[in-house]
Design a protein around this ligand. Structure first.
Ligand code: SF4
Ligand code: SF4
Length: 140
């Protein structure tokens, strides 16, 4: 059955609520994220990891402040916005949704900007197009 294409704007509009910046363990940082963010905060990668991150399995995630938000969530804004981790930049058009579009619906339960009245196929195709346009052809 033919289904119409959906645009990214139809699928998602950020409400600036900050909910995605709250809670521990969600925000993985890749090696290149670590390098770029460490430079931005004027720290060595080792110092950056020790001060702002915590291990999660074999990887690193951004730590959480006493208020329950990401350590870089300050006064309602992301303090490292220009260099925030790839996961934050791409959200919610992330690779795992292209692979498993049902993830979109569980993510939407905690992100009021995500619309859910489209089919998994429409969502997956839209995310694929965005990732392909950004040069992300897999991995990650
Ligand atoms: S939870 Fe969703 S709507 Fe709220 S700030 Fe994050 S991306 Fe935007
Ligand atoms: S890095 Fe910025 S956008 Fe990402 S979770 Fe932390 S405060 Fe939010």
């Amino acid at each position: 059955m033919y289904e119409t294409r959906v645009t990214p704007e139809a699928l998602f509009t950020c409400r600036q609520c900050g909910d995605c910046c709250r809670g521990f363990g969600g925000t993985y940082v890749s090696e290149s994220d670590i390098e770029v963010i460490a430079r931005y905060v004027k720290a060595s990668p080792e110092r950056f990891l020790a001060r702002y991150c915590q291990p999660s399995g074999s990887r690193w995630v951004l730590g959480q402040g006493a208020n329950g938000y990401c350590v870089f969530w300050r006064d309602g804004l992301c303090a490292i916005h220009p260099v925030k981790p790839r996961m934050c930049r791409e959200w919610p058009f992330i690779r795992s949704v292209a692979r498993h579009p049902e993830n979109w619906f569980s993510m939407a339960a905690s992100c009021p900007g995500m619309r859910t009245e489209f089919s998994p196929q429409q969502i997956a195709q839209c995310v694929e197009r965005i990732l392909a346009a950004s040069g992300d052809h897999g991995g990650g």
